[in-house]
Write a protein that binds this ligand. Structure first.
Ligand code: 5GP
Ligand code: MG
Length: 187
């Protein structure tokens, strides 16, 4: 209850619904990290490719629970304007390091239609990693029409809702909030 009051103070007139508390997120990431630690125990190193900028908090929390040596690289991709995917993906930042022959984990904040992920996978496959797995904090299966790729590590499965906080924004707002909320009555 205290959490909801704090959020209401912060959000003012904006209607919202609390979906996952900071504790829910932490517990879920602990389980994801255990799975990744098991699957990539022998990686030396595991190259984590984070997709900016929404995944920055997730990556920071996830990597601190990993046990193998890691390298980190970041990519940028954009297809969204406010709350709608435009369907066209721009790779705004490519790869600075060589991933050929390496174990790679691509870390996303959210997979909605899958358009962005499809473009990233195509880009990365051309760079010939030995193993490429995908981790996303959120997925929206009902929106992934023609995207059949298995997401190896999924934090939370969402309905067709628009979520913010924990790195995810609405028009650059709300990234810093610790509890994941659905924004309601958006135009
Ligand atoms: P896709 O290409 O899968 O349709 O969209 C992926 C990108 O859209 C995500 O990486 C994210 O940037 C943005 N996105 C999709 N759904 C949401 C959402 O519910 N909240 C926020 N803040 N961004 C979203
Ligand atoms: Mg993203």
């Amino acid at each position: 209850m205290k959490t909801e009051v704090e959020l209401a103070n912060r959000l003012g007139q904006q209607k919202f619904r609390l979906l996952y508390s900071d504790t829910d997120i932490e517990q879920r990431i602990e389980i994801l990290a255990q799975e990744i630690n098991r699957d990539f125990a022998k990686a030396e190193p595991l190259v984590i490719i984070g997709v900016l900028k929404q995944s920055f908090i997730f990556i920071a929390d996830l990597v601190r629970k990993l046990k193998m040596p890691i390298h980190i690289a970041f990519m940028g991709a954009s297809s969204y304007s406010k709350t709608q995917s435009t369907g066209i993906v721009n790779i705004t930042q490519g790869l600075a390091s060589d991933i050929a022959g390496k174990d790679v984990l691509l870390v996303e904040d959210i997979i909605d239609s899958g358009t962005t992920m499809k473009a990233l996978l195509k880009f990365l496959a051309d760079h010939k990693p030995t193993r490429l797995k995908i981790c996303s904090l959120f997925v929206k299966p009902s929106k992934m029409k023609d995207f059949a790729t298995t997401i190896d590590y999924v934090g939370f499965v969402l309905d067709d809702v628009f979520v913010v906080s924990y790195g995810l924004d609405y028009d650059q707002k709300f990234r810093e909030l610790a509890h994941v909320i659905e924004l309601l009555d958006l135009d």
